[in-house]
Design a protein around this ligand. Structure first.
Ligand code: PLP
Length: 451
């Protein structure tokens, strides 16, 4: 079995089994499409990141915050809590899920470039450890709401270090022309800091950055950490005391295909640690407490999407070659990443092994868009046929969390498989769920003046 599948995936009599559950049994019980979470694989990976993190940073280890936006559910939030790591949420909705899991507030960090007042109030009421501030207006909003509630809220500043990470434009977040963070080079970051320290209801803990997602090289992380360290050094030289924390965000890439060569936790952390220690010493500050926010690197490899093939169609290409279009029962509604940023996935026939000759296929969804593509080009056995199950690995991050109801397709659920047992952690939607939002309301007059 290829390494991009979760640890507990293997072939039994030619059929794919995950967490001891055969895909044909999963499809019969839960239907397709369905997201399958290898729960032990996730636990082991989180445990590994956490122990490597503690080894690397020792007394300087802040927190690993799991990025909830990559995937969150109440059960996964409980699992993350039990692992002892933190969680980062960006909206009131994500906060509501982790709250439902009784996630301790002090290990929650709140992000977002446009948090609403109710979201800020909810975060403060739940005693979240850190709110990461992303605009001058927000500094005043959070300060005022914390003051009204008689609270001193721990905050960090999201800084833009002006680093170009090598990834897709839509998921690179720290060059200058983006909506996130306060630019260090323009002076906006320092102005923001001066605005924060005026408020007694805010306690500035340090600096944060997040340079993008699905990044394979450690250089961009190091470069941004160095700019943040210079910023902390400036604080020390102007204020005398020191800011204690540095959060370098998430973004560590994973393997979607055999040709992807991601860093493992140990490699990544050792490299980052080395750079932070030496630069802190050079800048004359105490090495700050380091936090990180991986999402994809924790959950991504733990899930597989299972589809059923509905139709196949051979298409003549200009050069005389042919391509087989393989239509599955989901598509851009459960995996938007291929059409959104040209993400490349791999797939296998899951219900059986085939010795048939390989041929070029395009796996497409059932939506009314040409761009509804799961995998643009992949070699699959030429005897692939309606009724076959297709497994797409590494769909744990930004799959279910970005799912939509386009074409009124119900979103797939998520099942967790362990040791031959399966349980639903997010149930698949039904047509009744879709219709539940369609209401008939009597006309309401909205203001006294209009008539
Ligand atoms: C998206 C995001 C993350 C997680 O990114 P991954 O690529 O999933 O690791 C972490 N921090 C912030 C602020 C983010 O926006």
């Amino acid at each position: 079995m290829v390494s991009i599948f979760p640890t507990n995936a293997k072939r039994i009599d030619g059929e794919l089994e995950i967490g001891g559950c055969r895909v044909s049994d999963i499809a019969a019980r839960y239907g397709t499409p369905i997201f399958i979470l290898d729960e032990s694989d996730l636990k082991v990976r989180i445990g590994n990141w956490n122990s490597e993190f503690k080894v690397a940073f020792a007394q300087n280890s802040g927190q690993i915050y799991y990025a909830a936006k990559s995937f969150i559910s109440v059960e996964v939030a409980k699992l993350i809590n039990e692992a002892g790591i933190g969680v980062d949420v960006c909206t009131g909705g994500e906060l509501a899920v982790v709250r439902a899991a009784k996630f301790p507030g002090e290990r929650i960090e709140m992000h977002g470039n446009n948090k609403s007042e109710p979201e800020i109030a909810a975060a403060i009421d739940y005693r979240v450890g850190v709110i990461v501030l992303d605009s001058l207006q927000e500094i005043e909003r959070v300060a005022r709401i914390a003051h009204e509630k008689n609270r001193v809220q721990g905050v960090m500043l999201r800084l833009n270090p002006g680093v170009e990470a090598h990834t897709h434009e839509y998921i690179a977040t720290a060059h200058e022309d983006v909506k996130f963070g306060f630019s260090i080079s323009s002076g906006a970051a320092w102005d923001a800091l001066l605005a924060v320290v005026k408020h007694e209801s805010l306690q500035l803990l340090g600096a944060h950055c997040h340079i993008g997602s699905q990044i394979f090289a450690v250089d961009a992380f190091k470069a941004s950490a160095l700019r943040l360290i210079e910023f902390l050094a400036r604080y020390k030289s102007e204020f005398g005391n020191e800011l204690e924390s540095l959060n370098i965000g998430g973004g560590v890439g994973i393997a979607y295909t055999e040709s992807d060569k991601p860093m493992n936790a140990k490699e990544f952390l050792a490299n980052v640690k080395e750079a932070i220690n030496s630069e802190s010493a050079r800048a004359g500050i105490i090495t700050p407490k380091i936090s990180i926010e991986p999402g994809r690197a924790l959950i991504g490899p733990s899930m597989v999407t299972l589809y059923t093939v509905g139709t196949t169609k051979e298409v003549q290409l200009k050069d005389g070659a042919t391509r087989l279009y393989v239509s599955v029962d989901g598509g851009m509604s459960d995996n938007i990443r291929t059409s959104l940023y040209g993400a490349v996935y791999s797939a296998e026939i899951a219900n059986r092994e085939s010795n048939a000759k390989l041929r070029d296929c395009r796996i497409v969804g059932k939506h009314c868009e040409t761009g509804d593509i799961v995998i643009n080009s992949i070699n699959l056995p030429s005897d692939i046929a309606p009724g076959d199950l297709i497994a797409v690995p590494a769909t744990g991050a930004y799959g279910r969390s970005m799912a939509s109801n386009y074409n009124h397709v119900p979103r797939p659920g998520v099942i967790s498989v362990v040791n031959g047992t399966a349980r639903t952690i997010i149930r698949s939607e039904t047509e009744a769920d879709l219709l539940a939002l369609d209401v008939v309301e009597a006309p309401q007059r909205l203001s006294k003046e209009s008539n």
